[in-house]
Design a binder for this molecule. Structure first.
Ligand code: CA
Length: 222
């Protein structure tokens, strides 16, 4: 899951980025409205965190522009004021949810998870394929009743494959949703991580779930 954070206060932006990265999300940061608009139109984000007061283009007008461009990515708006009219204006401009600063990071994360679930039409926090179960809340992975220990990146990659089960995902799609803007397209890092995952998820099993499609990418299926 890749998230764009548009926030001009460097301290707050860094705090959010660090926190989200620790949870395994890929994160890009824009420090003003124009940069935010550019990045949102360039990369396929799963969620946008948008501050209300921004230089160059404020959050409300940015949100309206993105919706006018028919971008359907969920938007979580951050407001500094607890004024009802700011919340109403935020939601009316096309935001899906808002949070008033200062906020508890736990609550921020819970709202992020809720928006991502809603985006995928998931009522549950569990994802299942065959005997593989992912708990997206605790980030626990179980196959055949046994817990498998994954690194943050391995988990993020697996979650992306599982969310797209039955469909081919290309390396570009993976790099765009699991890695951030600093991803180097010339490396074979995705193949390396796929191999790590295979070793942990599929090795020694009767049924393999992760399949390679030569020249196109990968597919996770029963
Ligand atoms: Ca601000």
């Amino acid at each position: 899951m890749r998230i764009l954070v548009v926030e001009d206060e460097k301290k707050v932006a860094d705090f959010i980025r660090r926190g989200l990265k620790e949870e395994g999300y890929a994160v890009d940061v824009a420090y003003d409205g124009e940069e935010g608009y550019f990045l949102a139109g360039t990369n396929p984000y799963d969620l946008i965190v948008l501050d209300l007061m921004l230089p160059k283009q404020d959050g409300l007008s940015l949100c309206r522009s993105l919706r006018q461009d028919r971008l359907t990515t969920p938007i979580l708006m951050l407001t500094a004021k607890d004024a009802v009219k700011d919340k109403v204006a935020g939601l009316d401009s096309g935001a899906d949810d808002y949070l008033t600063k200062p906020f508890a990071f736990e609550e921020f994360l819970a709202r992020v998870r809720a928006l991502l679930r809603k985006k995928d039409n998931l009522a549950s926090t569990l994802l299942k394929v065959d005997d593989l179960v992912l708990d997206t809340l605790s980030r626990k992975v179980i196959r055949g009743g046994k817990e498998i220990s994954l690194t943050h990146k391995e988990y993020s990659l697996l979650e992306y494959l599982v969310r797209n089960k039955g469909t081919v995902v290309t390396r570009t799609m993976i790099s765009e949703h699991v890695w951030d803007i600093s991803f180097d397209t010339l490396t074979n890092v995705i193949d390396v991580y796929i191999n790590y995952l295979r070793r942990k998820i599929d090795r020694g099993r009767k049924k393999e779930l992760i399949h390679t499609l030569r020249g196109s990418g990968y597919i996770l299926k029963e």
